[in-house]
Design a protein around this ligand. Structure first.
Ligand SMILES: Nc1ncnc2c1ncn2[C@@H]1O[C@H](COP(=O)(O)OP(=O)(O)OP(=O)(O)O)[C@@H](O)[C@H]1O
Ligand SMILES: [Mg+2]
Length: 252
């Protein structure tokens, strides 16, 4: 579904992405792992258009999308969540969700004069969708809570919820499990699995929690120093000498 070819990106002297070629398969939950500074977030930033690669290409269903702007990629169904949650803290959970859908008729001032009924209807539909999303993610009891008052884990759930307000083709999750307690992590894991199985979402997730990865992800891609070390099942990844070395090497 997502094809990356000979991708390269450096920041000054630092090579963040060093000639990466890889494929993310449709309907997979692919994990992207690797030590700090491996280039995982940079890869996400390139895929979703927030930074441009120096060379190489990104294709979505065999269409070259390299260098497209983030809003364009969003409209094509490439959605992401951030390593640090990006909620609007002074808006409620419900309003955070309702803000998401692109091309809302209500955004055009002229339309508010000429077709207020249509806008009202659209708003009702969006509100209904927001409640469905909150129901799915067990956030309904927090609908009218300010997003700024949520716990770290609940903010991550809200991030996931924002991707559900549109119909994504692929969702990139950047450390959705970081700093989240075990109970909420299970809720997030369940939601990801259901979205994958029931709604056929494709996920690529940067994750450190090996338990969560083992439960959800196949395949697992291992990155180190801007390159791909391997791509395989988690059971194979755990046993690979190079992978073990990369992780232990960083801790010594
Ligand atoms: N905007 C930037 N300017 C300069 N250097 C950057 C920038 N973004 C990333 N880098 C560098 O590129 C390398 C890869 O960083 P990146 O954030 O992609 O790693 P990561 O695998 O996501 O790490 P972490 O697990 O810590 O989140 C690092 O050496 C980082 O310092
Ligand atoms: Mg990162």
């Amino acid at each position: 579904m997502l094809g990356i070819k000979n991708l390269y990106k450096s920041f000054g002297g630092i090579i963040a992405i060093n000639n990466i070629t890889l494929e993310i398969e449709k309907s997979s939950i692919t994990a992207l792992i690797g030590p700090n500074g491996a280039g995982k977030t940079t890869l996400f930033n390139i895929i979703n258009g927030s930074i441009k690669p120096d060379s190489g290409t990104v294709e979505l269903n065999e269409i070259d999308i390299t260098g497209y702007e983030p809003h364009h990629l969003f409209n094509l169904g490439i959605l992401r969540t951030f390593q640090v949650a990006h909620e609007f803290s002074s808006l409620t959970v419900k309003d955070n969700l309702m803000m998401v859908p692109p091309n809302q008729t209500g955004e055009s001032i002229l339309q508010t004069w000429f077709s207020p009924k249509k806008i009202k209807l659209e708003e009702q539909n969006i509100a209904r969708k927001a409640y469905q999303v909150m129901d799915f993610l067990q956030l309904k009891h927090l609908a009218n809570e300010y997003a700024g008052n949520l716990s770290g884990g609940q903010k991550k759930l809200l991030e996931l919820g924002r991707t559900m307000m549109v119909d994504p083709k692929i969702v990139l999750l950047d450390e959705v499990g970081a700093g989240v307690n075990r109970t909420l992590l299970n809720t997030i894991g369940d939601a990801i699995l259901r979205l994958n199985k029931e709604l056929n979402y494709t996920f690529c997730m940067i994750e450190h929690d090996i338990e969560l990865i083992s439960r959800l992800c196949d395949p697992v891609i291992v990155m180190a120093e801007g390159s791909i070390l391997m791509k395989d099942k988690i059971s194979k990844v755990k046993k690979n000498d190079k992978v073990v070395e990369v992780y232990l090497g960083k801790n010594q």
